[in-house]
Design a protein around this ligand. Structure first.
Ligand SMILES: [Zn+2]
Length: 419
């Protein structure tokens, strides 16, 4: 076996071990503290709610162990096990033995379909057993299937033109192909972010303007104070799929939107909801979306450049068990193998995201009320059964938001209510 195959196997094993170990730590940490609510939350979270969060967290970690093992096995089948060769031969036959762009596209689509089918049993289990057991599932089997088909269709419509462009550019193999592919990828991403809130998200959910209520008056006043267009605030029917509650900011230009889940509006008081909205406006005012886009631009430039270097390196294909060297198989191999090298970067990406969360919290404390945001967060932790005692190391790799204790501790250092 060539040396590089051994390095690849070592990387696969290392990734699996690190992730299983982190999961183990998370499960142990939650179990260790489940007998008592942490002191900072003792007055606001009951022991029963705390223990439900512990059981829910451990159930999710347990499922993730299976999912990790399955993904690793599938990665090995596809690469050293010859799966990519089999799928490529299948694509070649389907497209009439013409080893061109069409075969490349058929190959990549079949790879995505088969991988999706392999993940399906665990997704079904997650939704209809795990989520249901903790009272979170609101999805019907019919909606699950409709979502699946709609997702596949939307992905196909979006991915085909983009993949065609990238495969074509890689096939031309001029010295600057990677740069053109990167430019195409960036234009595509910006376009996607712009149309997502108005074209794609409404295919899955209903978005309505905030209805008239005590909530609305408070929110409108805040929007005006903070200079965010009131037409950009929407309520989403999240309750159609899950009892989990959330809020998010998305899009840019005239399509920028803050979305509140209907489940969230039912859980929070008008003042708490105002504080959550102020946090989301904070993301907009601090330009967090743009900052993430710039980071993504730098990373994807590096990745596309690396892909281009590997495209004509026979060892890359040989070492990973692939005997057809072309842009489509290179792209598939690259997207399967590259995440193995990116694991050490996850904590850095999460650190940036946490910095943004603290900044948005600071903005909310300044323009709304820090204590109301603390109360809202506590309600959200309780209702979502989010653990208050995660393992610090696990959290660095998995959580884009600061752990509850740190986040609330930080909010409590902000000065009192706005005058
Ligand atoms: Zn946030």
């Amino acid at each position: 076996m060539p040396d590089i195959s051994l390095i690849f196997l070592a990387l696969v094993a290392l990734n699996l071990c690190v992730k299983l170990w982190l999961n183990q730590r998370q499960s142990a940490s939650v179990q260790r503290y489940q007998a008592m609510v942490p002191a900072a939350f003792a007055d606001v979270i009951s022991l029963e709610a705390h223990q439900k969060a512990a059981a829910y967290t451990r159930a999710k970690v347990h499922l993730s162990q299976w999912s990790l093992l399955l993904d690793t096995l599938w990665l090995l089948i596809l690469t050293l096990g010859g799966g990519i060769n089999v799928l490529y031969t299948f694509a070649l036959q389907l497209s009439g033995n013409d080893a061109g762009l069409i075969t490349g596209l058929v190959f990549l689509v079949s790879l995505a379909v088969v991988s999706g089918l392999i993940d399906l049993p665990l997704s079904i289990y997650r939704q209809f057993s795990l989520e249901a057991r903790f009272g979170f599932n609101r999805m019907t089997p019919k909606l699950f299937v409709t979502d699946l088909l709609r997702n596949a269709l939307v992905s196909l419509v979006i991915a085909l033109p983009l993949l065609s462009l990238i495969l074509w550019l890689l096939d031309m193999a001029t010295p600057l192909s990677w740069l053109w592919a990167w430019l195409g990828w960036m234009v595509f991403n910006a376009l996607f972010l712009f149309i997502y809130p108005v074209v794609i998200a409404p295919l899955f959910n209903k978005f309505i303007p905030m209805p008239d209520s005590a909530h609305k008056q408070k929110l409108d006043a805040l929007l005006q104070r903070c200079g965010f267009n009131a037409a950009g605030l929407f309520v989403m029917d999240g309750s159609k799929r899950s009892a989990h509650a959330n809020a998010y900011f998305t899009g840019f230009g005239k399509n920028r939107r803050i979305v509140l889940f209907d489940t969230l509006i039912n859980q929070l008081s008008p003042s708490q909801l105002e504080a959550v909205l102020a946090h989301e406006i904070g993301h907009y005012q601090c330009k967090h979306l743009q900052k993430r886009l710039i980071l993504m631009a730098l990373i994807s430039a590096g990745l596309l450049w690396s892909l281009f270097q590997l495209l004509h390196a026979p060892w890359f294909y040989n070492a990973l068990g692939v005997n057809v060297a072309n842009p489509a198989t290179a792209l598939a191999l690259f997207s399967l193998a590259m995440p193995l090298c990116l694991l050490p970067l996850t904590p850095l990406s999460n650190a940036l995201s946490r910095k943004h969360e603290y900044e948005a919290d600071g903005y909310a404390a300044q323009h709304s009320n820090a204590q109301e945001l603390v109360d809202a967060l506590i309600t959200m932790y309780r209702e979502n059964a989010a653990t208050l005692t995660p393992d610090a190391l696990y959290s660095l790799f998995h959580d884009s938001h600061p752990p509850a204790t740190l986040r609330i501790g930080n909010l409590q250092t902000h000065p009192g209510p706005r005058a």
